[in-house]
Design a protein around this ligand. Structure first.
Ligand code: SF4
Length: 337
């Protein structure tokens, strides 16, 4: 989601994350096989948890997000709504279309907010977001140390904080955090360095369980964490063109691809790069039972990683962590350093 556009118009971009542990209301409005990420958002929306939100913006990145957008805008009425049409191929035609689509979105939102869309302000917002990405990369690098300076749980808390604050303020907090963490001792008493893979996972319970059983999470490719900030927007091009390129080409974007390749190849390359950098020795997959992307992609990802140790955990709500404990413990012990 090109948050920079919303930021440049003086609004605060907030990512909706549902916290409900049951989704009985959403069940009657959405197909029950949809991912729990989508069901929880609708559930919280129906319960009025997002009443402070003025508008909703979705993207056509996968079928579930389109289903969610339709149901959400139908049942939960906010003042503004827009579904950004997202191409799947990164050729010139698609990039031009996407840059124009982003402009349409910017104009619609500016009319709703009664402010003028200004390219200079957007340029400034791009800088703020790139600063955020640079700080996140710096902080994330500290997880690669022999004694990682941040646990996976702390990392996810930071990422979650970034989804609901103005990035100008958040960047200041990140700078302070970086100073504070840089010289800390780090985590030394662990048995296994782990990369966590998945899509829109953000619950702390399973991450916490993994680390309490002796592993340390040193990297991830979750859309809610490393997949969220990875990839910069060019500051030398027109901001809309720069945004179109970044949001179609960042390797965490799981469905768009170059004309001569598949999106899964990008995703595998992204995961391998993160594993290499963090020196993770095993992979734990948090697979949302209803996620079509997880269903299609993981057999190919695991095949590409060949003999790398992998543990797949199927996740659904309500999350009951006890059911995973024995498998995680056995996995960590079998691959401990
Ligand atoms: S990527 Fe998977 S988890 Fe995320 S919205 Fe789509 S189906 Fe749901």
């Amino acid at each position: 989601m090109p948050e920079e556009i919303i930021h440049s118009l003086g609004a605060v971009p907030v990512r909706l994350l549902g916290l409900s542990q049951t989704t009985e209301n959403a069940h009657s409005k959405l197909p029950s096989w949809l991912c729990y990420y989508a069901r929880r958002i609708l559930e919280d929306g129906l319960k009025g948890e997002f009443n402070q939100v003025d508008g909703i913006v979705g993207m056509t990145t996968d079928d579930t997000k389109m289903h969610l957008y339709s149901a959400y805008t139908f049942y939960v009425k906010h003042g503004f709504s827009y579904l950004i049409q997202t191409p799947y191929v990164r050729d010139e035609l698609s990039l031009n279309f996407f840059a124009e689509e982003l402009e349409r979105f910017a104009i619609k939102l500016s009319q709703y907010l009664s402010v003028e869309f200004d390219e200079e302000k957007l340029r400034n917002s791009v800088k703020v977001y790139n600063r955020f990405r640079r700080l996140c990369e710096e902080l994330c690098d500290l997880r690669s140390d022999d004694a990682p300076k941040l646990s996976g749980v702390d990392w996810m808390k930071i990422m979650l904080g970034s989804t609901c604050m103005l990035k100008d303020d958040f960047n200041r907090m990140l700078e302070e955090k970086l100073e504070h963490v840089k010289d800390s001792e780090g985590i030394k008493d662990y048995m296994l360095r782990v990369h966590v893979s998945g899509t829109d996972h953000y619950d702390l319970e399973i991450l916490s369980l993994i680390e309490s059983l002796g592993a340390v999470i040193v990297s991830d490719d979750l859309c809610t964490a490393t997949g969220y900030f990875a990839g910069f927007v060019s500051e030398s091009k027109s901001p809309l063109r720069g945004l179109a390129e970044r949001y179609l080409s960042c390797s965490s974007c799981i469905l768009s691809s170059n004309p001569d390749s598949l999106s899964i190849e990008d995703r595998i390359a992204f995961i391998k790069k993160r594993i290499k950098k963090s020196r993770a020795k095993a992979l734990i997959v948090l697979r949302d039972r209803g996620c079509e992307i997880c269903g299609h992609q993981y057999p190919l990802i695991i095949e590409a990683l060949r003999n790398f140790p992998v543990l797949i955990l199927d996740v659904d709500i309500p999350i009951s962590v006890e059911q995973y404990a024995t498998r995680i413990e056995a996995f960590i012990e079998s691959h401990a350093r």
